[in-house]
Design a protein around this ligand. Structure first.
Ligand code: SF4
Length: 122
């Protein structure tokens, strides 16, 4: 016989977000919302319980002229949450290795473009 016991019903954990602690929506919702980069330190100190925060692996194609060639992977942290969240910190711009030792910097406009269709509190 299992010793598992239900201790209590859970409800939304934090009624005064941020962070938004609720059941995660469908993936389509995340796709529609778009994301901004999120400082890793902010993610680990404030956002791990937020349904809009995530840390996920990204693929880096070193040579865009040869997309089946050398690839690298690394973890990055993102925020899909409201643009006016008081916890949000972008952190430094991300740098990506390219062919022949080049380094590309992802500029702020990339993040701005990803979320510009949403109102600040949305
Ligand atoms: S910064 Fe983003 S992930 Fe962190 S609490 Fe705010 S909305 Fe959630």
């Amino acid at each position: 016989m299992s010793k598992l016991k239900k201790l209590q019903e859970t409800t939304r954990a934090n009624v005064k977000p941020p962070p938004w602690e609720d059941v995660c929506p469908e993936l389509e919702t995340y796709r529609w919302r778009g994301h901004r980069r999120l400082a890793a330190r902010t993610y680990f100190t404030k956002c791990t319980t937020c349904m809009w925060g995530c840390r996920m692996p990204v693929e880096i194609i070193i040579d865009n002229w040869n997309p089946r060639g050398k690839k690298k992977h690394r973890f990055e942290t993102f925020c899909y949450g409201p643009r006016n969240c008081k916890f949000y910190k972008a952190g430094s711009n991300r740098k990506v290795e390219g062919r022949n030792g080049m380094v590309f910097t992802e500029e702020d406009w990339v993040d701005e473009q990803n979320v510009e269709h949403r109102e600040p509190e949305e």
